[in-house]
Design a protein around this ligand. Structure first.
Ligand code: TXA
Ligand code: MG
Length: 353
């Protein structure tokens, strides 16, 4: 199958430009498209065959449920039942935007889309390309991140092409996404509302609307502990993983830089391909090593925006060992460190001296 990459000009969106993509979706085919978080691989959420195609294209286990993207809150009662007041309040405050809400599903949502669960994940993206695609096609779009299973989520159309070329008919190219990490997921189906995946919208922001919300314990674990099982199936898999072995060092920044330099030099001397995951503030302090800055330590959002692209770059340079700094956990930094720790398989070293 030929994969066509169609540029879209987000400043001048015209519904005619979406006609072909919309038709593909209505025909049960797949279209990759940008959202404000990461690129999604879309298919008709109410068509079980389209959902199966999504799993096949990604090589993803089919028990891992998909997020259903909507363009209007009117879709909530179509897809979900027993909708608590808190869902409307969250929608009112954060939609359209990078928040996914889990609710009890209605019959109309096929098991193939929810991985057999009786709940459904729903999100209204703010990206105008995504919103236009949903509106023009008239379908609710089931969309996981548009990466091959196990690879970092795609933050530009080139990443999607790299992973899925020949496997899907169309990619809408809207350039680089603004956020770079997947949406915050909040589950409203249990007694206590839970954040199943941290994202750009922080738990502090959620608490302004929903004071009782807590983290799913699996989200905040800092060690590899198999007894703490994530409630979101997708958070259980080895994920966001670069091909090389990534180790994160945390502690006093000067000591971290010295330690990373030392560990990287040692592996380099053994003949391995080595890379360093650094920041704007530290990148010039390493010597004789391949260094990539993931962003400015003082601006968590810049780190979020570049994290997945940088992990992909390590893959394309064939890095066998990657030594990285840890990052402040304020704001979206919580989500950054969640992804980074998973990418490192929880290989985190506290640098004492
Ligand atoms: O930002 C995003 O959310 C992106 C863009 C494309 O919207 N999508 C995305 O989808 O990240 P995906 O499939 O890569 O991640 C969805 C996560 C998975 O961890 C999945 O297990 C979880 O959401 N999930 C979906 N439905 C669920 C449900 N009913 N209960 C628990 N977890 C659910
Ligand atoms: Mg994903």
């Amino acid at each position: 199958m030929e994969t066509r990459v169609i540029p879209v000009d987000r400043e001048h969106l015209q519904s005619e430009d979406f006609a072909e993509a919309a038709q593909l979706l209505r025909d049960g085919e797949l279209v990759a498209f940008p959202t404000e978080t990461v690129y999604g691989l879309g298919g008709d959420a109410l068509d079980p065959d389209a959902s199966r195609r999504i799993y096949a294209a990604k090589g993803r286990p089919s028990d891992n449920p998909l997020i259903v993207h909507i363009a209007d809150t009117d879709a909530l009662p179509v897809l979900a039942e027993e909708i608590p007041q808190s869902a409307w309040e969250l929608a009112d405050r954060f939609w359209p935007g990078p928040l996914t809400i889990i609710l009890r599903k209605k019959e109309i949502v096929p098991d193939a889309t929810t991985g057999g669960l009786d709940t459904v994940a729903i999100r209204m993206p703010s990206d105008p390309v995504a919103a236009m695609l949903i509106r023009v096609s008239g379908v609710y779009i089931a969309a996981p991140s548009a990466n091959a299973s196990g690879r970092p989520s795609p933050t530009c159309a080139e990443h999607v092409y790299e992973d899925l070329k020949g496997r899907i008919p169309m990619i809408l190219d809207g350039g680089s996404v603004p956020i770079g990490l997947e949406s915050t997921i909040v589950d409203l189906t249990g007694e206590t509302p839970l954040v199943l995946r941290p994202g750009f919208i922080t738990i502090e922001q959620l608490r302004e609307v929903l004071p009782t919300v807590e983290y799913d314990p699996a989200v905040v674990k800092r060690v590899k502990d198999e007894t703490i099982v994530a409630r979101a199936p997708g958070m259980r898999y080895r994920h966001y993983a670069p091909k090389g072995e990534l180790t994160i060092f945390e502690g006093d920044l000067d000591r971290v830089v010295a330690r990373v330099q030392k560990e990287a030099e040692a592996k380099l001397a053994e003949g391995y391909r080595v890379a360093v995951l650094a920041s704007e503030e530290t990148k010039d302090r390493y010597h004789g090593l391949t260094v990539r800055s993931v962003g400015d330590r003082e601006e968590e959002a810049s780190v979020a925006a570049h994290l997945f692209g940088t992990l992909r770059e390590f893959d394309s340079m064939g890095a066998e060992y990657i030594f990285g700094e840890s990052f402040p956990e304020a704001g979206v930094g919580q989500a950054v460190m969640n992804r980074l720790m998973k990418a490192a398989g929880y290989r985190i070293v506290a640098v004492e001296e």
